[in-house]
Design a protein around this ligand. Structure first.
Ligand SMILES: [Cu+2]
Length: 318
C-alpha cells in the first residue's frame, strides 16, 4: 500500500471495485496529502512569522529586503514539478479509462426519464440492473431517448454522459463480486434522484445462467432483430450485405469499424455513431461514388431500440 493511499486507510470512499478505482484513489490521496502539506507550510509559516516579527517597540523598523532569487526559484520550481507530475499521472489514468478494450462484452444502456434500460446481445432486456461477469472487460454503449443523463458507478470511479442522438461508451473490469450502485449524475427532471440502478458482478457461470434464464419465448438476438428490420424497411433493395458488390447504395459488408471515403474526399471510421447518422440523416456523409439525396431519412420512424438492433446487424456483417 502506498503511503498516500489515505482514501483506503480512512475508507470514506466507496469500495474499490476495479483497478482504475485504485489508481484514481491513489492520485486523489496524493492530491489530498500534498494539499494538506502545502496548507500547513503556508498557514504555519504565516503564524510563525507573525509572532517572530511582531513589532516590539515604536522604533522597530523593518529591514529592507527586495528579493531572494534562490527562494523565489524554489517556490516556483517545486510546485511546477508537482503540478506536472499530477498532470502526467492524471493523463495516464484518464487514458486507461477512455481506451476501450478490444473484445469487451458489449451491453447497450439506454437512459430515459427515469430509468436505465439494459439490453444484452442475445436480446435479453432488463431495467436498472446490469449483470456482468467478474474479471471481464465490459463495454457499455450509452445513449438517451430524451434528455442528457449521466451514468456513474462510484465503486468503479467511472462516469459518462448518455446523450440523446449519439452513442458514448464506458468500460470497466470488475474485480470484486457483489452489488454496486449506479446513479444518474446529470439532473434530468422530477425523478432524477430516483434514477438509481445497480451493477451486479457475478461469476462467469452465474452470468451464463442469468443469460440463459433470461431467455424468453421468441426472443431474438439483437443482430437477428436488426436483420428482420433491415428486410422490413427494405434496406436490402439498396444495400448489399453479403459481399462487397455495390447496389444503389454502398455495401454494408464488413463496413463496421472500417474507414470509408466520403464524397468530399475526407475519411471517417464507420463506427456506431456514423451508422446511426447514416440511418437518420443519410445525406450528412455520403460515401464517395454514390449519389447524393437518394436515401430517405428514417428519423422518427425507428426508435432507439430498433436503431441498436440495426447497428448490431451491421456490426455482424463480416
Ligand atoms: Cu437521468
Amino acid at each position: 500500500m502506498m503511503w498516500f493511499n489515505i482514501a483506503k486507510a480512512q475508507s470514506f470512499m466507496p469500495t474499490q471495485g476495479t483497478e482504475i478505482a485504485k489508481q484514481v484513489d491513489n492520485l486523489y490521496g496524493f492530491l489530498l496529502i500534498t494539499s494538506f502539506i502545502a496548507c500547513v507550510l503556508v498557514i504555519g509559516g504565516m503564524i510563525y512569522f507573525v509572532m517572530k516579527y511582531k513589532r516590539k517597540s515604536d522604533n522597530d523598523k523593518t529591514a529592507y529586503i527586495s528579493h531572494n532569487t534562490a527562494l523565489e526559484f524554489l517556490w516556483s520550481f517545486i510546485p511546477l514539478v508537482i503540478f506536472l507530475a499530477v498532470f502526467a499521472w492524471g493523463w495516464y489514468i484518464f487514458h486507461g479509462m477512455r481506451s476501450m478494450p478490444k473484445d469487451a462484452l458489449e451491453i447497450n444502456v439506454l437512459g430515459k426519464q427515469w430509468a436505465w434500460e439494459v439490453e444484452y446481445k442475445n436480446g435479453y432486456k432488463a431495467v436498472n440492473e446490469i449483470v456482468v461477469p467478474v474479471n471481464t472487460d465490459v463495454k457499455l454503449l450509452l445513449t438517451s431517448q430524451d434528455v442528457i443523463h449521466s451514468f456513474f458507478i462510484p465503486s468503479f470511479r467511472i462516469k459518462q454522459d448518455a446523450v440523446p442522438g449519439r452513442y458514448t461508451a464506458l468500460w470497466f473490469r470488475a474485480e470484486k463480486l457483489g452489488e454496486f450502485h449506479a446513479f444518474c449524475t446529470e439532473y434530468c427532471g422530477t425523478t432524477h434522484s430516483g434514477m438509481i440502478g445497480k451493477v451486479r458482478v457475478v461469476t462467469r457461470e452465474e452470468f451464463d445462467k442469468y443469460m440463459e434464464e433470461g431467455q424468453e419465448e421468441g426472443q431474438l438476438p439483437l443482430a437477428k432483430r436488426g436483420e428482420k428490420l433491415f428486410a422490413l424497411k427494405a434496406c436490402a433493395s439498396c444495400h448489399a450485405v453479403d459481399n462487397p458488390a455495390a447496389k444503389v447504395g454502398p455495401s454494408l459488408f464488413q463496413v463496421f469499424n472500417h474507414e470509408v471515403v466520403l464524397a468530399d474526399g475526407s475519411k471517417v471510421v464507420a463506427d456506431e455513431n456514423y451508422i446511426r447518422e447514416s440511418i437518420l440523416q443519410p445525406n450528412a456523409k455520403v460515401v464517395k461514388g454514390f449519389p447524393q439525396g437518394v436515401m430517405p431519412t428514417f428519423q422518427g420512424q425507428i426508435n432507439e431500440n430498433e436503431l441498436n438492433a440495426l447497428i448490431e446487424y451491421v456490426k455482424s456483417l463480416k
